[in-house]
Design a protein around this ligand. Structure first.
Ligand code: 2GW
Ligand code: MN
Length: 292
């Protein structure tokens, strides 16, 4: 992070009240805020970002069966909750551009549909996202948007997911792991993989990551290089791109962390910390959609 960015980020963090949630951890050991409902004033966050001219690109992949099952719900819910009041550009990556549902977008919101190849192995669909994201940031996003958020498609918005989530480098706590001790995290444990790590800070969920276009480009490039190197060495990290993401974020600490309110699985029985569900996991259909 450069100096100007750090100043800007600190400025925005002045608005956060780390003491307003005594029931959860609101800051990392390196001083990044962990965003929980109650810690921020939404209107103030929006004002700051409007004044600074923030704009947001959202990337989402809907390849093969995932298009029919998840894309429409994802996009239409996003129109109700994602970064309202800021300019938003959706980048939808699919192998079937003609089947992308026509959603009516609010003013200042546009969509670009980009055709990608359909890989036969599902692990490759998920892993090559990193390469595609780095490329589209370089070719398009950096000219139009200050920030980027990358999303899985198998989820939908149910509450505000707004400018409070913007930062230089933003990562999400995995709903199933945030209460567990570090020795339970499913980091990659194979020393032959570039994603190998013995310990870390948190278990981050690859379903959402974001930040300034520069940081996200660096993250996506590094993860993709790790994935390529693993392929050369004939290994695959335990959780694919998510393992590489966790390794990168351990070496390059995020400047903001999102609580699991930002991506909650409602099948988790203990929801005592969750005051607002902003995004929910959609039901998995692995039997139908994961055939290899
Ligand atoms: C993925 C797995 C099995 C069969 C199909 C696919 C698949 C994924 C697909 O056919 N078409 C497609 O567009 N995708 C995209 O990849 C889609 O955006 C989807 O949300 C994303 C990740 O796949 P998903 O959501 O089935 O995997 P999860 O929910 O178990 O995701 C976590 O782990 C993944 C790595 O295994 C990724 O790191 C992901 O970001 C994590 O949330
Ligand atoms: Mn998913």
């Amino acid at each position: 992070m450069n100096e100007e960015m750090m100043l800007r980020e600190n400025n925005q963090n002045i608005n956060l009240d780390l003491g307003s949630r005594l029931d959860v951890k609101t800051s990392t050991t390196w001083g990044a805020p962990i965003m929980w409902e109650g810690m921020f004033n939404p209107d103030m966050c929006d004002q700051i970002h409007k004044k600074e001219g923030s704009s947001v690109a959202l990337t989402v992949f809907a390849v093969g069966g995932y298009l029919d099952v998840y894309l429409e719900t994802f996009l239409s819910s996003s129109e109700h909750h994602f970064m309202l009041g800021l300019p938003v550009t959706y980048y939808v990556f699919t192998d079937m551009p003609d089947k992308v549902p026509a959603i009516k977008l609010a003013p200042q919101r546009t969509m670009k549909v980009i055709q990608v190849q359909r890989h036969s192995r599902w692990q490759d669909i998920s892993m090559t996202r990193m390469k595609t994201i780095a490329e589209v940031i370089d070719e398009q996003i950096r000219h139009h948007s200050t920030h980027v958020f990358c999303f899985d498609v198998d989820q939908f918005f149910t509450g505000r997911f707004g400018s409070e989530a913007l930062g230089d480098s933003v990562a999400l706590l995995h709903a199933h792991f945030y209460r567990l001790p570090v020795n339970r995290f499913t980091y990659d444990r194979n020393p032959k993989s570039k994603a190998y790590m013995e310990t870390g800070d948190f278990y981050y969920h690859a379903a959402i990551f974001g930040g300034s276009w520069k940081s996200v480009k660096a993250l996506a490039e590094a993860c993709y290089l790790g994935i390529l190197e693993d392929k050369k060495n004939n290994v695959e990290a335990m959780w694919h791109d998510e393992s590489h993401l966790n390794k990168y974020l351990w070496l390059h600490k995020p400047s903001k962390v999102l609580s699991p309110e930002y991506c909650w699985d409602t099948s988790i029985p203990d929801s005592r910390d969750i005051r607002v569900t902003r995004l929910q996991w959609a039901p998995k259909h692995y039997d139908k959609l994961r055939s290899s």
